[in-house]
Design a protein around this ligand. Structure first.
Ligand code: SF4
Length: 185
């Protein structure tokens, strides 16, 4: 099958791409209006593209429209905010896949233990049905240790928050809580 793989960043591309490319003709799509600020969006994209070019992987980037993410998630908090975010991003890739004659869409998101594969599947199936392409449901979480090891070995930029501005604040709050917990011991 000809598959358009939504990729959120370089480290998350490594293992899902290899797994899918063993069975399919895979092209990569960077479609991430959730990422803020714009410098962070560009840094993650450039990290991904640098790896992809060296590996001979085809990458297409969809327009960066953070206002689309704001509109899709307005008034939502986790987990509904993340579900809307999955739906938006996979939907963008599904529309591109339909325009370009791909058979199916997949996403690298399920390599992260911080994401919800059941919700990604539900949102992916919905978005792809609407666009008229297939959705390849995956769960790559068992490959997360390998993705971490490989991205470190490659010296890739590894971000410390999911992508949106609320996730930046949430990640910082979680780190502060862990620090406070350690200090109590
Ligand atoms: S935490 Fe991550 S998945 Fe959830 S809304 Fe923010 S960027 Fe999207």
């Amino acid at each position: 099958m000809k598959v358009l793989l939504h990729a959120c960043c370089g480290p998350c591309l490594l293992e899902p791409y290899d797994a899918l490319a063993a069975e399919h003709d895979v092209f990569v799509c960077y479609a991430n209006p959730n990422i803020r600020p714009a410098e962070e969006y560009a840094r993650r994209r450039d990290t991904l593209v640098e790896y992809a070019e060296a590996a001979g992987i085809d990458v297409r980037e969809l327009p960066y429209e953070p206002e689309a993410w704001l509109a899709a998630t307005e008034g939502l908090t986790r987990p509904e905010r993340c579900h809307a975010c999955y739906r938006l991003r996979i939907g963008m890739v599904a529309a591109e896949a339909a325009r370009q004659g791909f058979d199916a869409v997949a996403t690298t998101l399920t390599v992260s233990p911080y994401q919800d594969p059941a919700a990604i599947r539900a949102m992916g199936e919905e978005a792809c049905a609407e666009a008229g392409v297939g959705f390849l449901a995956t769960d790559f979480r068992d490959r997360y240790p390998a993705a971490t090891r490989r991205s470190r070995e490659l010296g890739m930029y590894r971000q410390n928050y999911c992508g949106c501005l609320p996730s930046m604040a949430e990640a910082e709050a979680e780190r502060a809580a862990r620090r406070a917990e350690r200090q109590k011991r």
